[in-house]
Design a protein around this ligand. Structure first.
Ligand code: RB5
Length: 152
């Protein structure tokens, strides 16, 4: 299982902490930046991770900006990406159980490292419930197809 992680400057500190935590969990991680506190644009880093999940070169992604909002907007532009902005243990759990989120988005200016660690572990350790939730994800995939065809 390969996980790609990225942040902007607003999420850098938390990204470094989460990257190490994932390595401690023996998760294979690719760090897609950013690498320092210089101000950068979150779409550039969101694209790296969401693009990799979308094309299958990564299994999962974690994106972190100041609030998590910008990264969520970017990531959900990519076909097949289900990015979930989690704020607490419950939303992290639902993100997997109901939405089968393949990208978890966190707010670096909202969460403490300890809180974020709980969210990451909850998301990774929860299981998709399928059933009626799969039917809803199928509808999202079908919607993506329709919108894509309408554009072309
Ligand atoms: C950057 O200042 C900030 O706008 C960004 O990290 C994020 O919160 C955007 O949604």
């Amino acid at each position: 299982m390969l996980l790609h992680i990225a942040s902007d400057h607003g999420g850098l500190e938390l990204k470094e902490f989460i990257r190490q935590h994932l390595l401690d969990r023996s998760v294979e991680v690719k760090d897609c930046g950013t690498i320092n506190t210089d101000s950068v644009d979150y779409p550039d880093f969101g694209e790296k991770v969401a693009g990799a999940v979308s094309d299958g070169s990564a299994d999962l992604g974690v994106l972190i900006c100041g609030t998590g909002i910008g990264m969520s907007i970017v990531a959900n532009k990519f076909p097949g990406v289900r990015a979930a902005l989690a704020h607490d243990k419950f939303t992290a759990q639902m993100a997997k159980e109901h939405n089968n989120a393949n990208v978890l988005v966190l707010g670096g200016r909202i969460l403490t490292a300890a809180e974020a660690e709980v969210l990451i572990d909850t998301w990774l350790d929860s299981a998709f419930e399928a059933g009626r939730h799969q039917r809803r994800l199928d509808k999202i995939a079908e919607l993506e197809q329709r919108l894509c065809k309408a554009k072309s």
